[in-house]
Design a protein around this ligand. Structure first.
Ligand code: NDP
Ligand code: MG
Length: 392
C-alpha cells in the first residue's frame, strides 16, 4: 500500500471543490484532504474541515478570521490552523506537506495560488481557468521552472489532454484542437433581451458556480477555454476550433493531419476530469455514471452563433493580440458578470462592457511578472467600472 496523497482543496466550498470532496470520499485509502480554502462562507468550510479532519483552513475574507477560528473551536477543531486574507490560499498551495493542489477558486483571485503551486513544484489540478487566461506564458514558465505537473480539470482540456496522450511532437504539429460547447441556456435564440440572472445561471447540462454559468450563457466561457487551451497545449488560436454539441457527451477532440479525430466521451459530470487529474496515469472511478450511447441515441453538432454571441470571437481576438489583452478581457468580464448578477446592467451589456474595456485598454504591454498582471487587471477593472456606471 503506498502512502496517501495529501490534497489542498482551494475553492473547497464551490461546485468543483464539493465534487472533489466527493471523489475523495470514494478513495479514502489513496487520498487525504490536507487543507481547505474558501472565499467568505464559514459554515460549509467548517463542515468539510470537520468531516475530513484537516490541518489548515484558509478564508480569503480577512475580516472573517476570528469568526472562522471560533466556529472551528466549537466544532472540536481547536488545533486546526486558520489563515485569512488574499494570500491565504496561496500559502496552502505552497505548503510543503501537500502533495497536490486542487485549484477551484473562481476568477483572477486564483492567480496567486496558481503561481504559488507552480513555484512549489506541486501536482496542480487546475480548474481555475482565469489564472491561465491571465497568467499565460508567465504561468507556463513558472510551472516549468518550479518542476510542477499541471493537470487540467476543465472538462474540455481534460479531454484534449487524453486525446493528445501518446502523440509525439510531429503528430501534434499537424493537429487541430476541437473544443465542444454545450451552447448554454440560450442556444438557438436570436434575441437576448430580457434575460434575468436566474435565467442565465440555469444551465441545461452542468450545475456550476454562478460566474461560470453566466460565462457559459454568453459563450465567454468557450472564449476563455480557447485561450486556456492555447497556453496549456501550445496551440495557436487558428488551430483551435469550437463546435456546439448540446448533449455534452463528447468533451473535446483532436484532429490529426491524416483526418483522424480522437474524442473523449463521458457523461457530463466534473468528477470524471477531477478523478483523472487526481489519479493520472492511473484511472480511478470518481463515481460518474457510466455512459450508455444506445440510451442517448444520437449526438448532434452545430456551428456556434458568433453573431448573437460575440464574446467568443472577441476572446479569440484578444488571444491573437497578445500583450495584456487577455487579462483585460478577463477583468472586464468578471466586472460585467458581477454587475449583471447584481442586476445593475442587462445581459447583453456584458458584451459592451468587455468590448469597450478592450478598446479603452488597447496597447497595454505584456506583463513581466505576477505583480504586473495585477496592475493590468486593476486598470482594466477601473475602465470596466466606468463603463458599467454609464450603462447602469
Ligand atoms: P463556485 O462559485 O461554485 O466556487 C468558487 C469557490 O471559490 C468557492 O469555494 C468560493 O468560496 C471560493 N472563492 C471565491 N473567492 C475566493 C477568493 N478570493 N479566494 C479564495 N477562494 C475564493 O465556482 P465553480 O466551482 O463553479 O468554479 C471554480 C473554478 O473552476 C472557476 O474558475 C471555473 O471557471 C472553473 N470551472 C468550473 C467548472 C464547473 O463545472 N463548475 C467547470 C470547469 C471549470 P465561498 O463559497 O466562500 O464563496
Ligand atoms: Mg469547460
Amino acid at each position: 500500500m503506498h502512502q496517501k496523497k495529501k490534497i489542498a482543496v482551494l475553492g473547497a466550498t464551490g461546485s468543483i471543490g464539493r465534487s472533489t470532496l466527493d471523489v475523495v470520499r470514494l478513495e479514502r485509502e489513496r487520498f487525504e484532504v490536507h487543507s481547505l480554502a474558501g472565499g467568505s462562507r464559514i459554515e460549509p468550510l467548517v463542515e468539510a474541515a470537520r468531516e475530513f479532519g484537516v490541518k489548515r483552513v484558509a478564508i480569503a475574507d480577512a475580516a472573517k478570521h476570528d469568526e472562522l477560528a471560533r466556529a472551528l473551536r466549537e466544532a472540536g477543531l481547536g488545533k486546526t490552523e486558520v489563515l485569512a486574507g488574499e494570500r491565504a490560499a496561496a500559502e496552502l498551495a505552497a505548503d510543503p506537506d501537500a502533495d497536490m493542489v486542487l485549484h477551484a477558486v473562481v476568477g483572477a483571485a486564483g492567480l496567486r495560488p496558481a503561481f504559488a503551486a507552480a513555484a512549489a513544484g506541486k501536482r496542480l489540478l487546475l480548474a481555475n481557468k482565469e489564472s491561465v487566461v491571465c497568467g499565460g506564458e508567465l504561468l507556463m514558465n513558472a510551472v516549468k521552472m518550479g518542476g510542477a505537473d499541471l493537470y487540467p480539470v476543465d472538462s474540455e482540456h481534460s479531454a484534449i489532454f487524453q486525446c493528445l496522450a501518446g502523440a509525439g511532437e510531429e503528430a501534434r504539429r499537424g493537429a487541430r484542437l476541437i473544443l465542444t460547447a454545450s451552447g448554454g441556456p440560450f442556444r438557438g435564440r436570436r434575441d437576448l433581451s430580457g434575460i434575468t440572472p436566474a435565467m442565465a445561471v440555469k444551465h441545461p447540462k452542468w450545475s456550476m458556480g454562478r460566474k461560470i454559468s453566466v460565462d457559459s450563457a454568453t459563450l465567454m466561457n468557450k472564449g476563455l477555454e480557447v485561450i486556456e487551451a492555447s497556453w496549456l497545449f501550445g496551440f495557436p488560436a487558428d488551430r483551435i476550433d469550437v463546435v456546439v454539441h448540446p448533449e455534452s457527451i463528447v468533451h473535446s477532440m483532436v484532429e490529426y493531419a491524416d483526418g483522424s479525430v480522437i474524442a473523449q466521451l463521458a457523461m457530463p459530470d466534473m468528477k470524471t476530469p477531477i478523478a483523472l487529474a487526481m489519479g493520472w496515469p492511473e484511472r480511478i472511478d470518481g463515481g460518474t455514471a457510466k455512459l450508455s450511447l444506445a440510451k442517448i441515441g444520437s449526438l448532434t453538432f452545430e456551428e456556434p452563433d458568433r453573431e448573437v454571441f460575440p464574446l467568443l470571437d472577441i476572446a479569440c481576438r484578444a488571444l491573437r493580440e497578445g500583450g495584456a489583452a487577455t487579462i483585460v478581457l478577463n477583468a472586464a468580464d468578471e466586472e460585467a458578470v458581477a454587475a449583471f448578477l447584481d442586476e445593475r446592467i442587462g445581459f447583453t451589456d456584458i458584451f459592451r462592457v468587455v468590448e469597450e474595456t478592450l478598446e479603452d485598454c488597447a496597447g497595454l504591454g505584456a506583463p513581466r511578472s505576477l505583480e504586473e498582471i495585477f496592475e493590468a487587471d486593476r486598470s482594466a477593472r477601473r475602465a470596466a467600472r466606468l463603463i458599467i456606471e454609464r450603462l447602469a
